[in-house]
Each structure stands twice: as C-alpha cells, then as structure tokens.
Design a protein around this ligand. Structure first.
Ligand code: ADP
Ligand code: MG
Length: 729
C-alpha cells in the first residue's frame, strides 16, 4: 500500500548532490551581468537621456516620450545582445507573488520579413489582461482594465530569455492594484519627513532613503518525498504527521555544516542571484532540520523588496533543478521551528550617513537619538498597524508559538540604550542650563559608542529589536512580500517625524528655545510617552503576555482580529494624510486579505478532510483487518482460551475504531461548519467564522490521525513521515 512513499524514499536516498559547474569567472565579475544597470545604461544611452533617467531615479522626475523611446531602444539592443527574445512588465499583484506576461520582440513587417520592435510606449505602459488578479472590487471585471507602468527606480533585468521590466500596477482610475505603489508612496513620505529632520543636523542633506536588508528563512524538502504529501504540495505545510522521535531539541542543525545537496543548491542559487545583482552574501543552516537562511547586503527598500520577490522566484526554480521543493510557509511542520523573514531597516542620507548608526560626535549622536527615539514612538503609537501589516493565515501559526516573536508588538533596545533613554528622561523642562548641556553632551549623548553593534545584547524573542545600527522587524512571515511591512513601517515613521518637527519648530519659533534645547525637550516627552512598547525581557514567556495586557498592548493572535485596524478611522486618516492609499484602496486590500485568509483555511480544511478520509482511514481499516485476521487465527488455534493471547490486539482494534470514529465525526462537523461559514455575506464575519468555527477541527482531526500513525504498521502508512521529510539529506 505504501509503495509510493517507499519509492520516493529510495529515490531521495540515492540522490547525489547536483554539481553546478562553477563558472571560471569570479562572482564579482558575474555581478549584475543580467541587469540593465547604470554602467549599461551609460554605455547604451546618449548623455542627455542618461541624465534624464538619473533624474527619474534620484529625483522622481517624469521621463518624456522621446527619452522613453531612447531608453527602450537601448534596453532592446542590450537585451537582444544577451539573447533575450521576449520582454515582460514584471509586477507584484496583491496575490503576494510576482506576475509576468511575455511578449516577443519581433513584429512582422507585412512583406514576409520581421523586425525586433520595442519602443517607449511598450516600455512605459502596458495593459495586461489582468482581470483575474485580486482587486477587492476596485476594478470591476467588466471594465477589466489594469495598467502596468515602468518603475525606473528598479532596473530591468533578464531572466532566462526574457527582459523583465519592474512596473507598478494600477487600475484604469488610478488606484493601486499592487504592493509596490503604496510602498513607493510611503518611501516618498519618509524621505520628505526624514530629510527635514536630518537637515536640523546637516544642511547638505537633500534626500533620505529607507534601507532594507531581509533575511529569508526556508525549508528544503526532497521533491519526491514532498510529492507524496498532498498537503505539502497544495497547502505548503503538513496538516498531519506525528513529530519524529528526534526533532530540533539537540540543536545540532543551527549553523552546522551544510549538507552537500543543500550546498549545491545554494551555490547555484547564489550564482543566479549574483547575475541579477541580488547581493546575497550569507548562507547558513537554521534551527530546524532541513531549514536554512539566505541574506543579502541591504539595499534601498524598493529595490530590496523587488530583489526579495525575485529571489523567492529564483529559489523555486533552482530548487527544482536540484530535486528539492522549497518551502516558504511560516510553519510547515507543527512542533518544529517556523520560518520568518527578518526585515532589517534603517534610514540613510544622500550624504552617506546611516541615521540609526551612532556617530563619532555628540552632534551626530543627537541625530542618531532623534531618529532612534522617534522610531520607538512611531511603533508605540502604531503597534496595531504594524501587527496588521504582517497578518496572514500562515503567520498565525508562527507568531506566539514560542519560537517566533509573540503577536504582541514591542521594542527591544538593549541595556545600554535603555540607560541612555532613562538619563535623557530627566532633562529639565524648558531651556537647558549650560551645565546641563555639557553634562548631556559629554556624558550621555557623547558617550554612545560608535560601534554599538558589539555592545547591543541580542534578544531573539523580540518582534522589533534594535541591533546596533538598524532595527530588525523579526515578525514578518517568510512567505510575505516585505512591501506590506515596509509600507507601514515607513509610513508610521514619516508620520512621527512630521509631528516631531512640528513640536520642535513650535518650541523654537514660539517659545524662543534653541534648537538643541527644543530637540532634547521633545525627545524627553517621546521617551515618556513610548515606554509601554519597550520590553527587554523574554517575549516568549507567559509573564510577558500578562504584563503586556496590563500595559494595554494588543495581542491579536489571529488574522481576522489583526486586520481590523487597517480600516479604522484613524488608520484611514493616516493613509490619506500621507497619500499612501485612499479609502477605496485600503478597503480593497482589507477585503483581499480577508478573502485570502478564508480561502487558505477553506483549502486546508478540504485537504485535511480528503487525506484523513482517503489516506488515513483506509490504511487504519486495512491494518485493523490484519489484526482481526490475527485474532481470528488465534481463536482457531486456542479456541476459547484465545483472549488470553489476543487481548492486546483486541485492544488495538478498539483503539483504531475509536480514532476512525473521531476522524469521521470531526470531518463531518468541520464540513458542516464550512458550509455555514460559506453563506455568511460579509468577508470579515466569514473570516471570523472560519477562524473560530472551522479551524479548531484541524487540531482534533490531526490528533486522531497522528495517534493512528503511531499505532499502524509502518509498512502500510502511506504518508511520508516527519523523520523522512526532515532528516533526509
Ligand atoms: P543577524 O541579524 O543574523 O545577526 P546581521 O546583523 O549581520 O545578521 O545583518 C542582518 C541583515 O541586516 C543583513 O541583511 C544586512 O544587510 C542588514 N543590514 C545591515 N545594516 C543595515 C542597514 N543600515 N539598513 C538595513 N539593513 C541593514
Ligand atoms: Mg537577524
């Protein structure tokens, strides 16, 4: 019966690492060879066109049609010289993935011959027939029009034989239909707000960019083994399966030597990434068996987000070549560590200063503290929005599951900076005396070491931790598009910086305070009013849950609860104020995310019902029949004395019947609950019904199935087990 499982096992055990022939060229020489980068652009474009592109990239200026034609023609020549035959607008619809529709360059001339054609029009705007992408009702299917438009800030690249042009995706009426548009708007908002503040300290600052360095965690599972699990194939996680005798308790996988097959995959992946200028730099084993991480150097946030989407796409492709299935799910295996995507974030000026990096002088440290404290305040005031930005059905399994940060948003800054903030809190009200200023500058602000990195204690249990020269938002899910988290984070920091400036300027202009005094005064108030979000202890502990509740921090454990804040009056006002999204756009996203949640739980429910009925129960019955045969045989031999020899078998037969009964009745009840949920009109209520009335059956059904897995003859069990999925190298 279990032949497929054993064939797959044999296949996977026989596999050898697929040796990628490492090109003789060094990686530094491969870097960006498939990207239409600045050096290519300058080579292919006349000077004035090149400058126009630079202005578009750096200053957000519009590119006119003539220049667009020149850029298109340059891109085409470059792409064709690299063997490209097609082009596509590459965008990130609200499904979370990426989308592309390839068109060939060639165009028949009408005289039987053809030319390669690609002009400014095709570069700048396309109208993909995209009526099947989620739009949350913005774009009625009958008008089915969505436009993709060139984003010159993210360079075009070649994948395979296709020229990919990063684009935004908007509706006919101008609403954002993707994750990139709100992100670009939030990056613009934070640029304006942060530049104003940075200019308090240095008049030469003309622009501030947000930087992002993500760390992507994932699992690698042998593709043949994965194919034996309908749940892994369709839901990306196992919905049942008993934990192996050995899990991750020995902690022997973390940073251990990378298994050969996985290493071969990583090498191949890195080469593909490097060619596309995705600067992957770090690779290592993660905590769980067969779990790994890849991390790049940080980049400007929009580019980093594109690069993460690109990476996930490349990873799935390269994994296929190496007979792996890569799992991005936040919690593919209950009982084993899940995967996150830590978002390391900071702000940097065009003068080359990291605004969250402590500097050499008291002045630069005051600037550091200003951005540092304002970020904490932003999180304090908008923790719920930040939580909403990472909400998904998958991430619900991870947040608060005692290995990932809890669903409670808090900020960790370490002992050293906590002390600095405590001292700053005592700054006296109003203008400071010269002594006070000296004391502050020399002994508090002046003493922040330039290299905090070595001084910051790491707290792995915090969802939002300061790590020496950046904040690390650790609660982002591994399968998420970081654009969502980055949009919210940059938006709330922008909002906070705007309000900071107002207060400082007020003290300076109306109260006659010196700028430094004003900054100290406002910072002091911010420290006081953002205390509740600061937490230095163990985020996994029960005590923290209680303490957080006392402090009035939210603990939204499920997506339907967490998402609600998106459409609150305050959130809508905030989105509108900074022109990130209008009401229609926010409500559309809310709707889409709820629908996605519902569909995920619904699909998982169906899969679980199918597997338990079609795989588990028939196997249980088959094994039970074997036992019955055995009991019957014992009866034939021993007559009435048989019970003496068959009591354990009879006991097993009863236990199996019990579990079968439990599975059947719970699957029936779950199906009923689904039916009831499906007829609920509003998505928010339907999502709650799926969360509270459907999902709880998953655990009940799984419990009985996992018990059966332990009772039933291994030879008969059709589903590849944890130990095989996780320990096959
Ligand atoms: P870990 O968190 O695993 O200890 P590191 O602290 O070395 O690892 O760095 C993790 C990530 O932080 C890397 O992707 C790196 O590029 C990124 N990073 C470093 N500095 C910044 C910055 N100023 N802005 C954004 N990301 C950064
Ligand atoms: Mg990290």
């Amino acid at each position: 019966m279990a032949t497929l499982r054993f064939e797959a096992l044999k296949l996977s055990l026989d596999r050898k690492p697929i040796q990628v022939i490492e090109p003789a060229v060094r990686r530094s020489e491969l870097y960006g060879i498939n990207v239409f980068n600045l050096s290519n652009i300058s080579h292919y474009l006349p000077k004035d066109a090149f400058n126009a592109v630079m202005d578009a990239v750096n200053l957000g200026k519009k590119i006119d049609r003539k220049i667009a034609d020149q850029v298109a023609s340059a891109m085409k020549s470059w792409a064709i010289s690299k063997g490209a035959t097609h082009y596509t607008h590459w965008f990130q619809p609200l499904t979370g993935g990426t989308a592309e529709k390839h068109d060939a360059f060639f165009e028949p001339k009408g005289d039987g011959t053809a030319i390669d054609k690609f002009d400014g029009g095709q570069l700048v705007q396309q109208e993909p027939d995209a009526s099947s992408f989620p739009s949350g009702g913005i774009r009625n299917t009958f008008e089915a029009r969505g436009y993709s438009a060139w984003d010159p800030t993210s360079p075009a690249f070649i994948m395979g034989t296709t020229l990919c042009i990063p684009t935004i995706f908007v509706s006919y009426t101008g609403e954002a239909l993707d994750n990139k548009v709100p992100l670009l708007r939030a990056l613009h908002a934070v640029d304006e707000a942060a530049t104003d503040i940075a200019r308090y300290f240095d008049k030469n600052v003309g622009k501030v960019i947000a930087t992002l360095g993500w760390e992507q965690e994932y699992f690698l599972i042998d593709s043949a083994l994965a194919a034996t699990r309908p749940d892994l194939m369709m839901a990306g996680r196992v919905l049942l399966g008993h934990e192996a005798a050995k899990g991750q308790q020995l902690e022997d996988h973390y940073f251990g030597s990378i298994p050969e097959r996985a290493l071969a995959f990583m090498r191949d992946l890195e080469i593909e990434c490097i060619k596309l200028a995705v600067p992957v730099k770090t690779r290592h084993n993660e905590v769980a068996p067969n779990q790994f991480e890849v991390a790049p150097l940080f980049e400007e946030a929009n580019l980093a987000v594109d690069h993460n989407s690109l990476l996930m796409d490349i990873m799935s492709k390269v994994a296929g070549r190496h007979n792996f299935k890569v799992l991005f799910h936040e919690k593919p295996f209950a009982g084993i560590n899940g995967s996150g995507k830590h978002n390391n974030w900071s702000l940097a000026t065009d003068t080359g200063v990291n605004l969250l990096g402590p500097g050499k002088t008291p002045k630069s440290n005051l600037q550091f503290l200003t951005f540092f404290i304002n970020t904490i305040k932003a999180v304090n005031d908008n923790a719920d929005l930040l939580r909403a930005s990472i909400a998904s059905a998958n991430n619900d399994h991870r947040l608060g599951a005692n290995e990932a940060p809890p669903a409670i948003i808090s900020v960790f800054i370490g002992k050293y900076l906590s002390q600095v903030l405590d001292e700053l809190e005592n700054v006296s009200d109003g203008s400071l005396s010269p002594e006070e200023k000296t004391e502050l500058k020399l002994n508090v602000v002046g003493k922040i070491p330039e290299i905090l990195l070595d001084n910051t204690d790491r707290n792995r249990t915090s969802p939002f931790a300061f790590t020496g020269n950046k904040f690390e938002f650790r609660a982002v899910g591994s399968s998420a598009n970081c654009a969502k988290a980055m949009t919210i984070l940059n938006l709330i920091v922008a909002e906070q910086l705007v309000s900071f400036k107002k207060e400082v300027d007020h003290l300076v202009e109306n109260m006659g305070m010196k700028k430094d005094d004003a900054i100290f005064n406002v910072l002091r108030e911010l420290i006081k009013s953002s205390k509740k979000v600061r937490f230095e202890g163990d985020g996994y502990s029960e005590d923290w849950v209680k303490e957080a509740k006392k402090r009035g921090l939210s603990n939204f454990k499920t997506t339907p609860e967490a998402l609600k804040v998106m459409i609150s009056k305050e959130s809508l006002a905030l989105f509108e104020k900074h022109k990130i999204m209008n009401k229609i756009e926010v409500e559309a996203r809310y709707e889409i995310e709820l629908e996605e949640y519902i569909k995920k739980v619904q699909i998982e429910g169906r899969i679980l019902g199918d597997i338990s009925r079609n795989h588990v129960i028939p196997t249980a019955v088959a094994y039970q029949n074997k036992l019955i045969e055995n009991v019957q045989g014992l009866k034939d031999i021993f007559g009435n004395d048989y019970t003496q020899y068959a009591s354990e078998q009879i006991n097993l037969i009863k236990q199996i019947s019990g579990h079968i009964g439990s599975i059947m009745s719970n699957v029936d009840k779950m199906t009923e609950a689904r039916k009831k949920a499906n007829i609920i009109d509003h998505a928010d209520k339907r999502a709650v019904a799926y969360c509270n009335n459907v999902k709880p059956y998953f655990d009940e059904i799984r419990y009985a199935c996992d018990k059966l897995e332990l009772l039933i003859d291994d030879e008969l069990w059709p589903l590849t087990k944890y130990r095989e999925l996780l320990f096959t190298k």
